[in-house]
Design a protein around this ligand. Structure first.
Ligand code: NAG
Ligand code: NAG
Ligand code: NAG
Ligand code: NAG
Ligand code: NAG
Ligand code: NAG
Ligand code: NAG
Ligand code: NAG
Ligand code: NAG
Ligand code: NAG
Ligand code: NAG
Length: 598
């Protein structure tokens, strides 16, 4: 159960450094639970027995303490999509910065949501586990003293949408390991539930669906996150307009949409007025986009919006998706219409636009070309790459290796430009050497035939441009120099590019990844290492936390922990420290690791 304590002074005193900001405590038991969202029973990942997990409801600058017990039978890490972890990549929860939590162990995350507001989500980051759940929403409320660019909504609703496979994550992993494609997903879930029976022949009876209960004449803030594996989803609420107000921590210029494409890993919040008559309930729809529609015959995600005075169930056809089959610019134009509200304050009272990104000179530019998975070596194994390099998670987390002077874990020679097309991907552990306080341009070029989205941990970046075709130096002339929105996940259409700018003011080693789980698992990620060589103390980067886990070449520093399972899984034999490193190796295998070429 969620414990949220408004804290004792003694505890605050112990945590002297951050003493003035409140703490929120959470105790999570992450275990398998049985569910049948599309009518087929499977093991999904729950938190405290619930799938999806609880909403983390916190406020700017709060300190968040989450004690995670890994009650699964495999290693686990939770990552916090869009939370910036300022100076503190030790809490980021990806294999480049953290050793995975062994099965049966607990580990406590502690981080501050410094200078952030907005809508984010968390999920398990290793080994395709997100395809089995383990995710939930994060709401970072504004402090009361900060003005918000819209009236206080009457309710706040988190909506997690995502494609779903009836195969579990371990079977999906095996498919990728054998060089197979995951193929089409089996449907779309809304808040972990299958579709309302909008069509008797498509949707079997007995599927549990999500209902959002509302009152007429009110305004609700709905926060929509695509937590799925690889499918872009068009989100819409029948009969209602959706006023877009925020995305991933930035207030947008407010605009009405009848539907919006939400790509994998993206978050948006909308205001929805319950201003329609209550003659019936209304459909809430998340339908697949940018898929081959003659092949996509799977169920659409459908939930129900129910007014308290509703006179009957929703019926009839679902509201139409955009009719843009022959217009590939429609979705991209919609993406371009998402702009930053320059005059609104966000976590601080000063206007978002007071950071004039266009007046800063770019100091480093990387053109990152993503390619469809291709075979490496002679085997059946396929790898996905950025600039021809397919990343393998390190056995020793990168920043931990830095702190302990372990050499040879990675190289700092990631190429600024992609190699000529056609070469087979190479497996590597090459990292981008980011210059502290530099201003970096990242251009993502999507050579794959499917939609991609890319995310950067530790930062929000400015989305300055996207277009079909090949990015060239001239493309810079088309950049949005005024109100490109700051966010952390950007979609990249097939055969197109997207450019972002990022101010490298957060020291640490930060993951840049494909949000599509299969591409990520197959190596489409890199890290940006940002180091302040002048910091001799702990000013620009926090010290390694006292409870840090050690693995790989540093496993000798790891103290034993008696495993304790609370639910589902039966207790495993106690593990010795050397068993820990075996577990870590297992995690790396799970993460799709292959041997590095000598
Ligand atoms: C996944 O399904 C396979 C059967 O297809 C089963 O052997 C395996 O134990 C399942 N894994 C989990 C974690 O439920
Ligand atoms: C979330 O926290 C805010 C501010 O503390 C509070 O007003 C709101 O009721 C909370 N929402 C939920 C769903 O608990
Ligand atoms: C594990 O949880 C216990 C209490 O439930 C706590 O005392 C301990 O510090 C936790 N260990 C870690 C490494 O977080
Ligand atoms: C249900 O779906 C099937 C298959 O797509 C379609 O042929 C049929 O017309 C739909 N029925 C209704 C009532 O919409
Ligand atoms: C959005 O639509 C509502 C009606 O549904 C209208 O009242 C409002 O003015 C519109 N807002 C904008 C910014 O277009
Ligand atoms: C209620 O709204 C529906 C859908 O917009 C419309 O078809 C219907 O005529 C309306 N009923 C009344 C009583 O206004
Ligand atoms: C969609 O799939 C069908 C059947 O495999 C194929 O014939 C068609 O070319 C595909 N369309 C596109 C746009 O890829
Ligand atoms: C931008 O934010 C301001 C609040 O600072 C608000 O008054 C204004 O309506 C917003 N503009 C748009 C276009 O959303
Ligand atoms: C940016 O570069 C231009 C030309 O190299 C230079 O004149 C200008 O002073 C630089 N601006 C800043 C803010 O450094
Ligand atoms: C990384 O960049 C810094 C400047 O930020 C430079 O001093 C250092 O030599 C670079 N390291 C490598 C290995 O290129
Ligand atoms: C940084 O923090 C660590 C752990 O708290 C401490 O051991 C170390 O002395 C600090 N370094 C400096 C220079 O303050």
């Amino acid at each position: 159960m969620r414990r949220l304590l408004a804290l004792a002074a003694s505890l605050l005193a112990l945590r002297a450094a951050l003493a003035t900001d409140p703490y929120a405590f959470f105790d999570w038991d992450v275990s398998y639970v049985t569910a049948a969202p599309l009518g087929i029973k499977q093991q999904v990942i729950g938190i405290n027995g619930k799938f999806p997990g609880p909403v983390v409801n916190i406020t700017t600058n709060w300190n968040v303490v989450v004690n995670v017990l890994n009650d699964l039978d495999e290693p686990l890490l939770i990552t916090w999509n869009g939370i910036q972890h300022r100076k503190n990549c030790w809490q980021d929860g990806v294999l480049g910065t953290n050793c995975p939590i062994p099965s049966g162990w607990n580990w406590t995350y502690e981080f501050q949501v410094k200078d952030q507001i907005g809508s984010f989500f968390y999920f398990p980051s290793t080994g395709l586990q997100r395809a089995a759940g383990g995710y939930g929403g994060i709401v970072v409320n504004n402090r009361d003293v900060i003005a918000v660019p819209f009236g206080r909504p009457d309710g706040d609703i988190t909506i997690l949408i995502g494609d779903w496979y009836n195969k579990n994550h371990t079977d999906l992993r095996k498919m990728l390991d054998k060089g197979k494609d995951l193929g089409m997903t089996d449907g779309v879930l809304i808040n972990g539930k299958g579709p309302y029976r909008y069509n008797d022949s498509l949707v079997p009876a007995g599927i549990e669906y999500e209902t959002f209960n509302v009152h007429p004449g009110r305004t609700y803030r709905i926060r929509v996150h695509n937590v799925g594996t690889s499918t872009s989803l068009n989100f819409r609420v029948q009969g209602h307009t959706m006023l877009l107000v925020e995305t991933e921590g930035s207030y947008t210029t407010q605009q009405n949409y009848t539907s919006l494409d939400v790509h994998v890993g993206q978050s948006y919040s909308f205001l929805v007025a319950t201003d329609q008559n209550a003659s019936s309930d209304y459909y809430v729809v998340a339908s697949a986009r940018q898929v081959n529609e003659s092949l996509w015959r799977r169920v659409t995600g459908v939930a129900v919006l129910r007014y308290s005075n509703s006179r009957g169930p929703a019926a009839g056809p679902l509201p139409d998706p955009p009719q843009d089959r022959d217009d590939r610019s429609f979705s991209m134009n919609q993406a371009r219409s998402v702009r930053w509200n320059l005059s609104a304050g966000a976590a601080r009272p000063n206007p978002q636009g007071s950071f004039r990104y266009s007046s800063i000179n770019v100091t480093q530019a990387y053109l990152l070309r993503g390619e469809a998975p291709a075979r490496v070596g002679g085997g059946r194994r396929r790898r996905a790459a950025l600039n021809g390099l397919s990343f393998v998670p390190p056995e020793t987390p990168l920043r931990l290796a830095d702190a302990y002077g372990v050499e040879g874990v990675y190289t700092l020679d990631f190429p600024e430009r992609p190699p000529p097309r056609g070469a087979a991907p190479r497996v590597a552990r090459s990292v981008i050497n980011g210059t502290y306080r530099g201003f970096m341009e990242l251009i993502f070029q999507n050579d794959d035939a499917k939609m991609q989205s890319y995310h950067m941990d530790g930062y929000a970046f400015f989305v300055v441009g996207m277009d079909y075709g090949e990015w060239t130096e001239d493309s810079r002339g088309t950049y949005n120099k005024g109100d490109g929105v700051a966010r952390s996940t950007i979609q990249v259409y097939p055969g197109a590019w997207a450019a972002v700018l990022v101010s490298l003011d957060n020291v640490g080693v930060w993951n840049v990844r494909s949000q599509n789980l299969d591409s990520w698992y197959l190596g489409q990620e890199v890290y940006v290492r940002v180091v302040n060589s002048e910091d001799a103390g702990n000013k620009t980067e926090m010290a390694i936390p006292g409870n840090a886990l050690f693995c790989g070449q540093l496993h000798k520093y790891q103290k034993e922990q008696t495993p304790h399972h609370r639910m589902g899984v039966s207790a495993a034999a106690p593990r010795s420290p050397s068993a820990v490193s075996r577990l870590v190796s297992a995690a790396l295998l799970l993460a799709g690791s292959v041997m590095l070429a000598p």
